[in-house]
Design a protein around this ligand. Structure first.
Ligand code: NAP
Length: 524
């Protein structure tokens, strides 16, 4: 959400629901936003709108189109539990197939009628007088200065959404082409070009093997080597698909088995010694695929496995052994008009720089214009770091529901499991509002504080904090702000049944004549 403030002369979208406001405004059409929409429909709520900045649905799987883009969680698990798909073409789903799955969901649940495309949320303010969220929107699908109003606001923008590009000395002077992995420039023909790739995270290790075959030369700037496990990817056979489709329980059993396998990794997060076996597999994988001891040494991590997200790939290491690929670990001193100079003084002439440098996560809300009750800015609420109760609700921000908010990210299992738990939790909050005939529901500050003390206690000594690395899980003070510090079963248990005592519930449902401009933030 950008930094535009509401104006008193704003045009207000005629509301769909009684009281002049939608029952819910959802942001984003990725798995989170669509999961929320389906949850509402199943609960009999149809009075909602989904605001989508792009012209197409899909979230992560629309944005990331880099060559080789795929999910590293297996297909049978990486889907909504209530929408199993028996005919995945591969063990690990690729971007196109995931996008097709998402589009199929939109059709099946008739969600298109709720979506406003090309409508980007630029800010949101809670109106104390009416207990509604006033959401400013911009883009080709929005009227100038338009405000969309909703009793609840469900933010499904995704935690890995804003590309992060390092502020390298001299980058502005570079005369070649640059782009980020999440904004792939498909018009740029890489064939025969001298290409630099910066970063060796989950995205880079997927696209490097693909482009290495096409480029003239590839210089890969690695700061920290990732731990990489073999990827047992292959086509799903016709027999398997038939079994999944026809024999009751096989597909569900397979899915559950993958879930349990992934979940077993969580034991190692608190007890890194348990990860020894997995580290051994990764080390053997490296040894098998990289015969050159010098290259292997550069690729060997010096921190505990699990500290950063553990990656899976069977084609990354072989790509690095190609004659036209060079791995450099010297660090970047500066970028010049047509080259990158490493800290050891080597100058690499390049035509293009591709950033596989990840996303703004713990600092993603620094410039967001989100104002809660009594004019509380999200930056003030989060001056000591981003935090929420169960990653969903934030004290001082009634009726705001973050999907995949702070500390609800996973390094070991499917995020769709968490999304489904969060959607159920939000629906319980909305039901409580209805049952009590109230206008607002907000988590108590003491409850949020207690929960976050638990998160940080659990994180202390865990592999992300004590594993000897930095990652996007941690903020600039080294505090875990992104990773869920326990099992997903623990998360499911905590969100399964909402405790009414955790919340302050008050006000009355707003009655606002549809189409009337309402000034925001007037206070009570
Ligand atoms: P990432 O994991 O954050 O990796 C960013 C890479 O860029 C790291 O190697 C990092 O090095 C490097 N880097 C950052 N700033 C740099 C600088 N100034 N100079 C040199 N190197 C720099 O980002 P990502 O690969 O885009 O992946 C982000 C997340 O997206 C993943 O962790 C994962 O959760 C998700 N993802 C998932 C899949 C999937 O299959 N499910 C696929 C792609 C992405 P350091 O390690 O030293 O910081």
């Amino acid at each position: 959400m950008g930094g535009r403030t509401l104006e008193r002369s704003a045009v207000v979208t005629p509301a769909a629901g009684p009281g002049g406001a939608y029952k819910a405004v959802i942001v984003g059409t990725g798995f989170s936003g669509l999961g929320m929409a389906i949850g509402l429909k199943k609960a009999g709520v149809h009075d909602f709108v989904i605001l989508e900045k792009a012209g197409e649905v899909g979230g992560t799987w629309r944005e990331n189109t880099y060559p080789g883009c795929a999910c590293d969680i297996m297909s049978l698990l990486y889907s909504f539990s209530f929408e199993p798909k028996s005919d995945w073409s591969r063990m690990f789903p690729r971007q196109r197939e995931l996008l097709a799955y998402i589009k199929g969901i939109v059709d099946k649940y008739d969600l298109a009628q709720h979506i406003r495309f090309e409508t980007e949320v630029t800010g949101a303010e809670y109106d104390d007088a009416t207990d509604t969220w006033q959401v400013t929107v911009a883009g080709a699908g929005a009227a100038p200065g338009e405000v969309v109003r909703g009793r609840a606001l469900a933010a499904g923008m995704g935690p890995l959404h804003q590309p992060s590009i390092p502020d390298l000395p001299g980058l502005a002077s570079f005369q070649g082409t640059t782009f980020h992995s999440a904004e792939w420039n498909h018009d740029y023909d890489l064939a025969g070009k001298r290409v630099a790739v910066i970063g060796t995270g989950a995205s880079a290790i997927q696209f490097v093997p693909q482009i290495a075959k096409r480029v003239g030369s590839l210089t890969l700037f690695q700061r920290t080597p990732p731990w990489i496990m073999p990827k047992p990817d292959r086509r799903v056979t016709g027999v398997e698909k038939a079994l999944f489709r026809r024999v009751p329980g096989v597909q569900r059993g397979y899915r559950n088995a993958i879930y349990l396998l992934q979940e077993s990794f969580v034991l190692g997060f608190k007890n890194p010694r348990l990860l020894k076996a997995a580290s051994g597999i990764a080390q053997a994988h490296l040894k098998r695929q990289v015969p050159d001891p010098e290259l292997r040494a550069k690729l060997t991590p010096d921190y505990t496995m699990g500290c950063k997200r553990t990656l899976v790939s069977s084609d990354y290491y072989p790509a690095l052994t190609r004659d036209n690929v060079e791995l450099t670990t010297a660090g970047i001193a500066e970028v010049r008009e047509h080259s990158i100079v490493a800290r050891d003084g080597t100058e690499y002439p390049v035509d293009a720089i591709i950033f596989g440098t990840g996303f703004h996560v713990t600092d993603a809300f620094e410039h967001a214009h989100i104002v809660g009750r009594h004019g509380l800015r999200i930056q003030d609420a989060w001056k000591d770091g981003i935090q929420a109760h169960l990653g969903v609700t934030v004290a001082g921000f009634p009726n705001l529901f973050l999907l995949l908010g702070p500390n609800s990210g996973l390094g070991h299992n499917s995020m769709i499991f968490i999304i489904e738990a969060q959607v159920r939790y939000v629906l319980q909050c909305l039901r409580m509002l209805d049952e009590r005939g109230a206008g607002r529901i907000a988590v108590r500050e003491s409850v949020q504080d207690r929960f976050n003390r638990w998160v940080q206690d659990r994180s202390a000594g865990a592999v992300w904090v004590a594993g000897g690395c930095t990652s996007w899980y941690l903020d600039e003070n080294g505090v875990n702000r992104a990773a869920w510090p326990a099992s997903t079963v623990n998360y499911w248990l905590r969100t399964r049944r909402l405790d009414p005592a955790d919340f302050q519930v008050g006000g009355a449902p707003a009655v606002i004549p549809a189409g009337t401009a309402a000034a925001a933030g007037t206070g009570e």
